[in-house]
Design a protein around this ligand. Sequence first.
Ligand SMILES: [Zn+2]
Length: 240
Amino acid sequence: MADSHSKKKSGSRGKSGKRRSKRRSKRKSSRKRRSSRGPVWIPRTLLGDSVKGGIITSVEEIFANNYKVREKEIFDILLPNIKETVVDISMVQKQSDSGQQSRFKAIVCVGNRNGYVGIATSKTKEVGHGIRKAIAAAKLNIIPVKRGCGSWECNCGGDHSIPYTVHGKSGSVKVTLKPAAKGTGLVASAAARIPLDLVGIKDCYVHIKGNSKNAENTAKAIVNAFENAYKMMVPHDWTI
Ligand SMILES: [Zn+2]
């Protein structure tokens, strides 16, 4: 009798143990799935719905109709190979009654190396969270960039440079972008090179005036120049 009891007990234990292990494995697998795929995106705007539903399939459509993008996942779907680069991280402080309160300021530039770029800043208590927040904000600031070959030395008609000279400004920093021939490379400072590289421009001359040590304003001035380039209509763009 004792043996049968022990057998039964052991059997019951074994079953429960199996169940537990199954449950655990289920939990683990669900966790893994969550971590690998991330939370499921539920669109909260009409534009988000139509992108997820497959009605809008290209970024050009969004910019042609002047839609306001309020969800970063829209660009995650339409521009799948977005790369991000941290331009600068600095510590900023404010004076409060209890002393100094310091936070980290992160400046991040995003782009797909094929005509789209965005830049944004964030201020948070932790660096990692700040970078993620800046990336999300930069995705919402994505703009289309005109590329071309405006160099009289090259005149190849490709899109390795910019089509004409443009100016941009942010704070005290004023930049002038000039088209360059194939093989010239980016004649620019480290901070100015980041947005140019992320947009896919390979050859360009950059002139900077003002406080060119300021990485944030230099990068922002370059993006401002891209914005200004898009405002200009040249005979090449005239279509009936
Ligand atoms: Zn060329």
